[in-house]
Design a protein around this ligand. Structure first.
Ligand code: ADP
Ligand code: MG
Length: 371
């Protein structure tokens, strides 16, 4: 982060109008007109940055996206509930309406950028979860305003940068989640850096199919089988499930080996696999986990993900969790405070591990400096 300006590099912020791009894309529930925030973790995560500015006399305007309204005003994606919560946590701070209500945000439209920065003196990016997108509010303001990374963005990049550059060994990456195609690029990149890969979740079936195993009706991306086969030819060991929990052709829940019969659907790793994966995590020097081991939203398929969350909390390894669903699982099982770092960004953390840079960081690096 040495090359990315920090808050201190903004000089005297007293009386300055500061545009702060935050990631307040919080989980919500309830009917469209009266949605409530189910977890304000992402709002609280930016308080150190907001408070640093407010305490020094800056006039702070925050802006964020929420959900995917796709360039239109959609009532259920209104920032109003977030604004109410922010006013409790940081009184006196302005929060703009959902950036993605305007198509100019995702299109990085220069007119939209001009409207965002009108009257602003300084720009701060604290939206790690959006820093991998070259959207207007991420890359636009730093082209003309003196800019800095907020504390959250700084900490995220420090932690993930340490994993990339000097991980304590053995470095283990645990990957799960639904789609292997989402994560193949990061799997390829991580192969160069890790000492072992652990693969569970829906994505393991494409790897198991590549080994010639039957996968029944489990999610499996046939067009990725060749790539998975190639990934297993050399490089660090890839641990795959040796047993699985899922449903048989009648819909009953059963434990299977690593070969599934026709009609069966694998929906969690089995108890033997959970024990093996946990041992790998316990013996690691550092470990990064992204993606649940099963369809953990269904209590029948929660055990594998819970075992991994427990091991992440218990290991002496430097432990980092990234990804919305993985972070939610970790919190659900009560281990959020037992790991070293929970990343606020899913896609952003994977892209940073893969490439070692993000469009939002590049923009800050190239921003004009305070004279
Ligand atoms: P994260 O948000 O942590 O990055 P993903 O979004 O990649 O994680 O994946 C989470 C989703 O993967 C969950 O909704 C979960 O139900 C699904 N999933 C995990 N294992 C399976 C499986 N075996 N079959 C179907 N879906 C699965
Ligand atoms: Mg997810």
């Amino acid at each position: 982060m040495a090359d990315v300006p920090a808050l201190e590099d903004l000089g005297d912020v007293s009386g300055k109008r500061v545009f702060v791009r935050t990631d307040f894309n919080v989980p919500m529930s309830g009917p469209d007109e009266s949605r409530t925030i189910t977890d304000d973790f992402r709002i609280r995560a930016s308080l150190p940055t907001i408070q640093w500015l407010v305490e020094r006399g800056a006039i702070v305007t925050c802006a964020s996206h929420l959900g995917r309204p796709k360039g239109k005003e959609v009532a259920k994606y209104s920032m109003t509930p977030v604004r109410t919560r922010l006013a409790e946590l940081a009184p006196g701070v302005t929060l703009l309406e959902n950036l993605r209500f305007d198509a100019g945000e995702e299109a990085n439209d220069p007119d939209f950028v001009a409207r965002l920065i009108e009257g602003m003196d300084l720009y701060v990016n604290d939206a790690f979860g959006a820093a991998h997108r070259a959207h207007a509010s991420i890359v636009g303001p730093p082209a003309s305003l003196p800019s800095a990374a907020g504390r959250l963005l700084q900490r995220e990049v420090e932690v993930l940068g340490a994993l990339r550059e000097h991980p304590r060994r053995p470095f283990v990456a645990v990957l799960g989640g639904a789609k292997v195609s989402d994560k193949l690029a990061v799997i390829e990149a991580l192969r160069e850096r890790v000492d072992a890969l652990v693969i569970g979740g829906g994505m393991c079936f494409t790897f198991l199919a590549a080994q010639g195993h039957g996968v029944g009706d489990s999610i499996c991306e046939r067009d990725q089988i060749e790539t998975c086969r190639r990934l297993m030819l050399d490089g660090p060991p890839i641990h795959l499930p040796e047993d699985l929990v899922g449903t048989d052709e009648t819909g009953s829940v059963r434990t299977f080996g690593s070969r599934l019969p026709d009609g069966a659907r694998g929906l969690d790793i089995g108890p033997g696999t959970a024990a093996v994966f946990s041992d790998v995590i316990m013996d690691a020097g550092c470990v990064f986990w992204n993606g649940p081991m099963g369809m953990f939203e269904d209590p029948r398929f929660v055990s594998g993900t819970r075992a991994i969350a427990e091991a992440m909390g218990a290991t002496k390894a430097f432990s980092v969790v990234g990804g919305g669903d993985s972070a939610a699982a970790l919190a659900q099982f009560g281990h959020a405070s037992d790991v070293d770092h929970v990343s606020t960004g899913g896609g952003a953390s994977l892209e940073y591990l893969e490439l070692g840079d993000l469009p939002g960081l590049k923009a800050l690096r190239e921003a004009p400096r305070v004279r």
